[in-house]
Design a protein around this ligand. Structure first.
Ligand code: 1PR
Length: 621
């Protein structure tokens, strides 16, 4: 059977809960359920069934070409695909130079029925008939690693020989003459032009999220993608010029036009991440792998200036319950135990299963927070790593993981750095790591030492190695009321919800260890320090609103999103779809996150998206 049609999964209507609750069946037949993951017996679960793949990828005739129908959950997409060569070689080489999450690329390629072979030596490149170069991390370190491995000349030769090549993200940027990143670095020099930082008054950088592209010419890679959003995450970009115009395949608009993909002959590259762009992105990989030919049908350039979708993120707070199973839990103001005395940790489901469910419902990202990570060492917390590995097999949108990312010394006196912990998470399938308690400690020291960047903090080290876009700061603030701003050194605002004694002002106190300890630093001050140290995004929780369903705290979200130029994710308090549109309209936040309403199935992610579309917000559907 054709490997693509093998991937087909019937997604069927089920029950009264409508078009959205679908039953997944794997290609082997029966539904596969997630086994409990325990700390004691991790190894048992390696290779055990995972949540059913529900990609729909069928090929049908269409005007002499083929029509590729790729769908996820209820959001079936029917896109005109380029002609596909049935006899394409089923092997592809991957140039993984060990920086960042390449697991998802491997998983996407495998899901499409191709075998991945690794480029380890320059000789491998001469063997390769098809090559994917998924560049992740910072430009400077990528070029350094390629140089150390003697891969620069063989790579240039491969491209000059017009052999099938697909670069992804940094894999596109490295083709250019050089980059402003890492203090100015020379690239492979195969495409004229330099890669520069996004700039613009009020522009939020990094450019993170789902944006629209304007295709400039027909190609096997991108024909049929008009109107589809793809996932970008980057701070630097190449722009179209007279010198590189014969390379430009598509552009995107974010503070001005930049290059979204290039193609000349068999050499192609995308600034966006196909492996993180759901079914649309898998279609891109599929067309590259299957040697798709241009159809002549491609998207007309739309005058899109606000194409970047507001993101909807599903969050899974994960911890062990009293029986040792790793479960998704959910608190009320961070209390995750049932109300009865001696109550158990609330168990709202299994992490891999729920992540798969939210992907199918259309979540733009999924976040896992290991809420007891502050007291465990994630490097020995294999279940969490296993959750990531298994989720990344079926969830083709970005995964963030947080909890316990800090320097750590174990009971044997062995020390681990936060960078090592983050590296383990990236290697297991995380695209971003989120840092909570450690960020507070770092910010306190940063202010105490006169706001000097030492290069030694977890935030600096991880963003230096993996890029700023990979570092999220999770803030756990609690409202503190004062009757006069002089009563605190932290940034206060006048509040529309006065305190218990009628206090008219509020500041948002940072906490550590899951809200157990308050510190004398506000969310505003923390966010500013983190941006200065190289964080790429703020995940802004709110202990007061967590689990309450009363809506996001607009005062908090407004304060922080006005203070920084990096994306802010509003979190805590969502109770209905309107709360999402409210926070997007009232503040500059780039994304909104919810947990409880999704876990309890009170609201589906897709219902939030529908509401956003109906209210005119740029939305990925
Ligand atoms: O401090 O680096 O080890 O990271 C620990 C991480 O775990 C932090 O990101 C911290 O936010 C999180 N965390 C710690 N304790 C809890 C808890 O709930 N007891 N959960 C916790 C954070 C908040 C959100 C939640 C939203 C949306 N949970 O993630 O999902 O509030 O909920 P809602 O839509 O139901 O209102 P470190």
């Amino acid at each position: 059977m054709d490997p693509v049609t093998r991937l087909v999964d019937d997604v069927e209507e089920e029950g009264s809960r409508n078009h959205l609750k679908k039953k997944a069946r794997t290609r082997r037949g029966g539904a596969r359920r997630e086994a409990p993951i325990r700390h004691a017996d991790v190894g048992v679960f390696v290779g055990v069934g995972v949540v059913g793949v529900t990609m729909r990828a069928t090929l049908r005739g269409n005007n002499g070409g083929l029509r590729c129908c790729v769908g996820v959950g209820h959001r079936r997409r029917s896109v005109r695909a380029a002609r596909v060569t049935a006899s394409a070689d089923r092997e592809v080489y991957l140039l993984d130079y060990g920086a960042g999450n390449v697991r998802s690329v491997r998983n996407a390629v495998a899901a499409l029925g191709f075998e991945v072979k690794d480029v380890k030596t320059p000789e491998d490149l001469s063997e390769a008939k098809k090559l994917i170069f998924p560049g992740v991390g910072a430009y400077g370190s990528a070029m350094d690693i390629l140089k150390e491995r003697d891969l620069i000349e063989p790579l240039k030769e491969y491209v000059r020989n017009d052999k099938p090549f697909l670069g992804v993200c940094l894999g596109l940027q490295l083709l250019f003459d050089g980059s402003e990143e890492s203090g100015g670095v020379e690239g492979l020099g195969l495409i004229p032009g330099s890669v520069d930082k996004f700039r613009g008054e009020g522009l939020i950088v990094p450019h993170i999220g789902w944006n629209l592209v304007n295709t400039k010419k027909s190609s096997g890679l991108m024909d049929g993608m008009e109107g589809e959003r793809v996932y970008f995450v980057h701070s630097y970009r190449a722009t179209p010029t007279e010198a590189n115009k014969d390379w430009v395949l598509s552009t995107c608009d974010y503070g001005g036009e930049f290059i979204a993909s290039v193609q000349k002959g068999n050499v192609m590259a995308c600034q966006f991440h196909p492996e993180k762009s759901g079914s649309t992105g898998l279609g891109v990989f599929q067309r590259f792998l299957e040697d798709a030919k241009p159809t002549g049908q491609f998207g007309t350039a739309l005058p899109v200036t606000d194409g970047l979708a507001r993101r909807v993120i599903a969050c899974l707070d994960v911890r062990s319950n009293d029986s040792g199973d790793l479960v998704v839990t959910k608190g009320d103001s961070y209390d995750v135990r049932e109300k009865a005395e001696g109550g158990d940790v609330r168990n709202l489901g299994k992490p891999v299963e729920l992540a798969g469910k939210y992907f199918k419902q259309g979540a733009d990202e999924v976040a896992f927070l290991n809420i007891t990570g502050y007291r465990d060492l994630p490097l020995t917390d294999a279940p969490m790593l296993e959750v990531l590995k298994r989720s990344s097999e079926t969830v083709f949108v970005p995964l963030t993981v947080g909890g316990g990312i800090r320097d750590f010394t174990d009971s044997n006196g062995k020390s681990y750095t936060a960078l090592e912990v983050a590296t383990a998470y990236f290697a297991s399938g995380a695209d971003k790591v989120s840092i909570g308690s450690d960020a507070v400690e770092v910010a306190e020291q940063w202010y105490a030492s006169g706001q000097v960047n030492t290069g030694q903090t977890s935030i600096e080290q991880i963003s230096e190695r993996y890029g700023v876009q990979a570092v999220v700061i999770s803030i756990d603030p609690r409202r503190q009321y004062v009757s006069d701003p002089s009563q605190t050194k932290n940034k206060c605002i006048k509040t529309s919800r006065p305190g218990p004694n009628g206090e008219a002002y509020v500041w948002f106190q940072c906490t550590v260890k899951g809200g157990r300890e308050g510190r004398d630093i506000g969310a505003y001050e923390l966010a500013i320090a983190m941006e200065a140290l190289g964080a790429g995004e703020i995940l802004l929780n709110c202990i007061d609103e967590d689990g309450q369903g009363n809506g996001f705290d607009h005062e908090l979200v407004g304060l922080v999103s006005d203070a920084v130029g990096i994306p802010v994710i509003a979190s805590s308090g969502a109770g209905c779809p309107q709360h999402f549109t409210d926070v997007f309209n009232a503040t500059k936040c780039s994304a909104a996150l919810a947990a409880g309403i999704f876990h309890r199935e009170e609201v589906l992610v897709s219902e939030v998206k529908d509401h956003m579309v109906n209210n005119g917000l740029p939305t990925r559907v």
